[in-house]
Design a protein around this ligand. Structure first.
Ligand code: 0O2
Length: 231
């Protein structure tokens, strides 16, 4: 019996060794290295765009004694989220070249602003810089989504300078006010409570839409207060 078990284990080990050849390990290592390199390029692109916003914030605070930016958040899309988005768009098989060409939001930066005006001022300042190319602009502030979602989304291309080459990388920039961020964060959390009955989902959607409208009014009023104070 013991002899049989030893023989089976030896066969199994041989099978595994045959499957995992040194060639396949090298191929996996190469794939992993290429993935790491692409993600590193996206991280560099985020650093470039984040620095641009920090410079604008600093310059503006010197000139106007206030900061238009409350907070900056950055993220690289997770491998699982990338895989799901590629599948949703029907982009299979998933290759690195296809991810780079077809996904605009692997690198994301969110800029939380004090006032609505600041959003457009910062967007203009960023897109008028000569190394930035504006690929797409979705204005969900002027045209909110049906559920009430508001933000300004830009897809920009920014060059990054590596040891021996220059690469243009895409970055998604989301600009929103504190009130828009507050609403979007809570809505995002509630949306993932998927097991709600249909009637409750509809009631919640209506309530969330009203909250979005209230928060948009709040943004408008705060903007008015600022105009009054500045006059
Ligand atoms: P995550 O984890 O935030 O990155 P496209 O990218 O153009 O093919 P998409 O994804 O519909 O199509 O683009 P869109 O409309 O510009 O939205 C992209 C991102 O905006 C989302 O990213 C969210 O971050 C945010 N967003 C859009 N609509 C809503 C909304 O209704 N509620 C909330 N809370 N956020 C929203 P991802 O890919 O969903 O994920």
């Amino acid at each position: 019996m013991e002899q049989d078990t030893i023989a089976m284990e030896t066969d199994f080990n041989r099978l595994i060794k045959d499957l995992i050849t040194s060639d396949s390990i090298t191929a996996m290592e190469n794939m992993f290295a290429a993935w790491q390199e692409l993600m590193s390029r996206y991280r560099c692109a985020i650093m470039e765009v984040e620095t641009k916003f920090k410079v604008l914030n600093d310059q503006f605070s010197l000139q106007h004694e206030r900061n238009p930016i409350e907070n900056i958040k950055t993220r690289i899309k997770s491998p699982d989220s990338i895989r799901r988005k590629m599948a949703k768009k029907g982009l299979t098989p998933m290759t690195l070249a296809s991810v780079e060409e077809n996904l605009n939001d692997v690198a994301g930066i969110r800029v939380i602003c004090s006032f609505i005006d600041d959003i457009y001022m910062l967007a203009d300042c960023l897109t008028s810089q000569d190394d930035i190319t504006l690929i797409e602009c979705k204005d969900y502030i002027k045209n909110p989504k049906e559920n009430g979602y508001r933000s300004l989304h830009l897809i920009v291309e920014v060059p990054i300078f590596l040891q021996n080459e220059k690469r243009n990388m895409k970055v998604e920039v989301q600009l929103r006010t504190i009130a828009m961020e507050f609403w979007a964060n809570l809505e995002h959390r509630l949306r993932y409570k998927k097991d709600l009955p249909e009637s409750l989902q509809q009631a919640t959607a209506g309530e969330l839409l009203q909250c979005a409208e209230l928060s948009a009014q709040l943004d408008q009023r705060m903007q008015q207060v600022r105009y009054t104070v500045e006059k």
